[in-house]
Write a protein that binds this ligand. Structure first.
Ligand code: GLU
Length: 514
């Protein structure tokens, strides 16, 4: 029997600290979080840290900091406490032993004393005959386990502290039919399942045992996780049944595929991926190499989350921009697609641009910092800075690009397009002459408003001269051939500044003619 509709929704994100968290992991956390919020449920964070061999230092802090940056805040679990503490599996060994004993006593599990070399030997023998070796219902009676020895011998072996593992005794011949919320009904015959290890020889529970016990004890109603766990689902269902427990609902998320569509993105192949895959920076503990994440590359967490939410889920309709609150309201597991999703970096950049427009205050804060760094912050009013942002925001993809696109509103050009000057070196005298005329023209504009500037240029400048005037003016004001409308720059920086910059270019050209 599955949890009924009146059971409060409880979901969990259960990462293993075996490496940095990548965008697939964050998406799993996000979908769990959104599902909990949508259904007024609780989102639990549990650390599945039983695999000491694959444990990687800093992985846990990378996971926690990444979730925090994304705004995915657990209701319960690591860092938040809760009624089912501890939330670290490494601290729950005694619980797993207690429940494992039940399985042993009821004949659902057995001790296996086989040595690694014996199993390796068997594997090679099978391979020689072209058969895939599996420790299962067909082979188990040929091994050194509690099913093939007397109770007395078993007692002696245990007393003598012979190393052992505990295996699940898989009953063959049953056609399992399981419903996955995303994939529908899936079937599997237990003949294809092996006698999985539940307790390792070092005395720790395996993922399967710990995961199912914890999901039951923590009253998890829906298991939402990556597609790679789908084959484990059958075994987990059998474990629940052996304990006499109701299983939760299952929803297995589609894979996120690499750009070439081949293979999934994983935390182990980050070395070969060019597109960033970590939410925040990660320092490889072995090589000490620092790999920047979306945060360091200038992405806003809001845009990262929005992009991830739509990586496999779509509520229908044309809306693409969703705040976290909007996502919380519209999320549903039924609208998640089955097939793998292609990660599109261009779309990610597009989202970031859209979010910059919605987060001008963040751009403002960045711009203020740049001005303070140059000790010129005090010269500008808030309105002026927001006007600059409004004028340039469509030209940037990331916050840190704002200075390069707006410096000329604050400081004189620090560089002149040398290539242009060099190419036109024969026209220097002509340029100097026209710049003097421009200088005088600007002097004549009073008040120095956008309308007046337009009128003066229209009335006093010969149409044939427009092009060269604009070029010389852009060179004077910006230094290079980029930036917003010249007339707007003139008005913004004012008469004195504009005239000074023309004089500065005159000096620059003069030094070249000497
Ligand atoms: N610890 C598993 C992982 O690292 C969790 C799988 C699950 O959610 O059941 O992905």
């Amino acid at each position: 029997m599955l949890p009924n509709m009146f059971t409060p929704v409880r979901v969990r994100f259960a990462p293993s600290p075996t490496g940095p968290i990548h965008l697939g992991g964050i998406r799993t956390a996000l979908y769990n979080y959104l599902f909990a919020k949508k259904n007024g449920g609780r989102f639990i964070l549990r650390m599945e840290d039983t695999d000491q061999k694959r444990y990687i230092r800093n992985a846990e802090s990378h996971i926690l900091e990444s979730l925090k940056w994304c705004g995915i805040v657990p209701d319960e679990g690591i860092g938040f406490g809760g009624p089912f503490s501890p939330y670290y599996q490494s601290k729950r060994g005694y619980i797993y032993r207690f429940y494992l004993n039940q399985l042993l006593q009821n004949g659902y599990a057995y001790y296996a004393f086989d040595l690694d070399q014996d199993l390796d030997q068997k594997r090679t023998d099978f391979q020689k005959h072209g058969i895939f070796f599996s420790y299962n219902y067909k082979t188990r009676m040929n091994f050194n386990n509690s099913l093939t020895m007397t109770k007395k011998k078993l007692a002696i072996k245990l007393k003598d502290q012979n190393p052992y593992v505990v295996r699940f005794k898989m009953n063959p011949g049953e056609q399992l039919k399981i419903h996955d919320i995303i994939r529908g009904n899936i079937e599997m015959n237990t003949n294809y399942l092996d006698d999985k290890i539940l307790l390792k020889s070092n005395g720790t529970a395996t993922y399967h045992l710990a995961n199912t016990i914890d999901d039951h004890l923590m009253k998890i109603t829906h298991v939402i996780r990556g597609e790679e766990w789908i084959s484990s689902m059958f075994f987990h269902i059998l474990l629940y049944r052996s304990f006499g427990w109701n299983p939760p609902y299952f929803a297995h998320l589609p894979l996120i595929l690499k750009k070439n569509g081949k293979g999934k993105m994983s935390k182990r192949n980050y070395e070969e991926t060019i597109d960033p895959i970590f939410p925040i920076k990660w320092m490889d503990p072995n090589t000490k190499k620092m790999i920047p994440g979306y945060r360091e590359l200038g992405y806003l967490p809001e845009s990262f989350i929005n992009m991830l939410a739509l990586l496999g889920w779509n509520p229908g309709g044309n809306q693409e921009i969703f705040s976290l609150k909007e996502l919380e309201q519209s999320f549903s597991l039924e609208k998640i697609q089955k097939s793998g999703v292609l990660f599109n970096m261009k779309k990610m950049v597009w989202f970031n641009r859209r979010y910059l427009n919605r987060n001008k205050e963040k751009v403002f804060t960045f711009l203020c910092k740049e001005l303070k760094k140059r000790s010129i912050f005090h010269r500008y009013k808030k309105n002026y800075l927001y006007r600059v942002i409004d004028l340039t925001i469509d030209r940037i993809h990331f916050i840190h690009e704002i200075w390069d696109h707006s410096f000329y509103f604050f400081i004189d050009p620090y560089y002149y397009d040398q290539q242009y000057l060099l190419y036109n070196h024969e026209k220097y005298q002509y340029f100097l002459h026209q710049l003097e005329k421009l200088h005088n023209l600007l002097f004549s504009v009073t008040p120095f408003t956008l309308d007046n500037l337009k009128i003066v240029f229209q009335d006093k400048v010969d149409k044939n001269m427009w092009k060269i005037y604009m070029k010389l003016m852009r060179l004077s004001l910006v230094g290079v051939f980029k930036g917003v409308d010249i007339m707007i720059i003139l008005e913004m920086i004012g008469k004195k500044q504009s005239m000074n910059r023309i004089k500065k270019l005159i000096n620059e050209i003069n030094t070249k003619t000497i």
